[in-house]
Design a protein around this ligand. Structure first.
Ligand SMILES: [Zn+2]
Length: 252
């Protein structure tokens, strides 16, 4: 279910916009519009021009890469403080390299990619911020490659849940075992087994497609720690990270 929108507060809060010079921020805001999306919606499609860039203020978006045979695999996760349409940071002509799918209801501020490109050309500080975030996404994708190659399903499952928690706070995550299986690129039975193990340690509680994180330390012990390597460098783009461990629900 979509949460009530908070457009004014969200515009002020998004770190990529809030830190701009007033003139740049004002110009950007004139082009922003509400960009809510429902769970399952496609925000951008690999190989196609990016029409719209979404500055995320609430919700989770999964990024998927495609193999030549049609297979897909998750390559990243975007949440509050991030944006979808990273290729548009280079220019409006660059097509998306990944599919972006809303895992939850998403609250966002949307802008036409061409408008963003024009404004970024006029205001290099905006371009620099967009590119810094793009670099963060490269770091995260690289770490995900390392994690997938070297770590067990259980470690990766714990890592994914910690990433989601860092972006969303303590709110339960509504995901089926099949969705987690798709996100991790493993069999559903492996996800079920891993979640049972985490439930046995009181780290999570699973109920009717909802996963509630109950003990971050226990989850951290089961994780490989790759979320720290990937997200630790991105705090400027993920303000929820520094708050997630100190408040119950930093976004509410
Ligand atoms: Zn790992």
């Amino acid at each position: 279910m979509l949460r009530p929108s908070r457009p004014k507060a969200d515009r002020a809060a998004h770190p990529l916009i809030a830190g701009l010079e007033p003139e740049s921020a004002a110009l950007l805001r004139r082009h922003l519009r509400r960009g809510e999306r429902r769970r399952g919606d496609l925000l951008s499609s690999a190989g196609h021009a990016i029409q719209t860039v979404f500055f995320i203020s609430d919700g989770l978006v999964a990024l998927f890469g495609r193999a030549p045979d049609g297979g897909v695999a998750a390559t990243g996760l975007v949440g509050p403080g991030g944006f979808v349409g990273v290729s548009a940071a280079l220019s409006a002509q660059h097509p998306a390299v990944r599919d972006a799918v809303a895992l939850t209801g998403v609250q966002a501020q949307a802008i036409d990619a061409e408008a963003l490109d024009r404004i970024a050309t006029l205001h290099p500080e905006l371009r620099r911020r967009l590119m810094l975030y793009a670099n963060d996404r490269i770091i995260q994708a690289t770490q995900l490659c390392v994690c997938t190659a070297l770590h067990t399903v259980e470690q990766r499952l714990a890592r994914w849940l910690l990433e989601a928690h860092a972006l969303r706070g303590d709110r339960p995550i509504e995901l089926t075992h099949q969705q987690l299986s798709d996100l991790l690129g493993v069999r559903r039975a492996s996800v079920t087994l891993g979640l049972h193990m985490l439930e046995g340690e009181q780290a999570v509680r699973c109920q009717r497609g909802r996963i509630e994180i109950r003990d971050l330390e226990a989850l951290g012990r089961r994780s490989c720690g790759c979320h720290l390597a990937a997200f630790g460098r991105s705090e400027r783009a993920y303000p929820a990270l520094s708050n997630a461990s100190s408040t119950d629900n930093p976004r509410d």
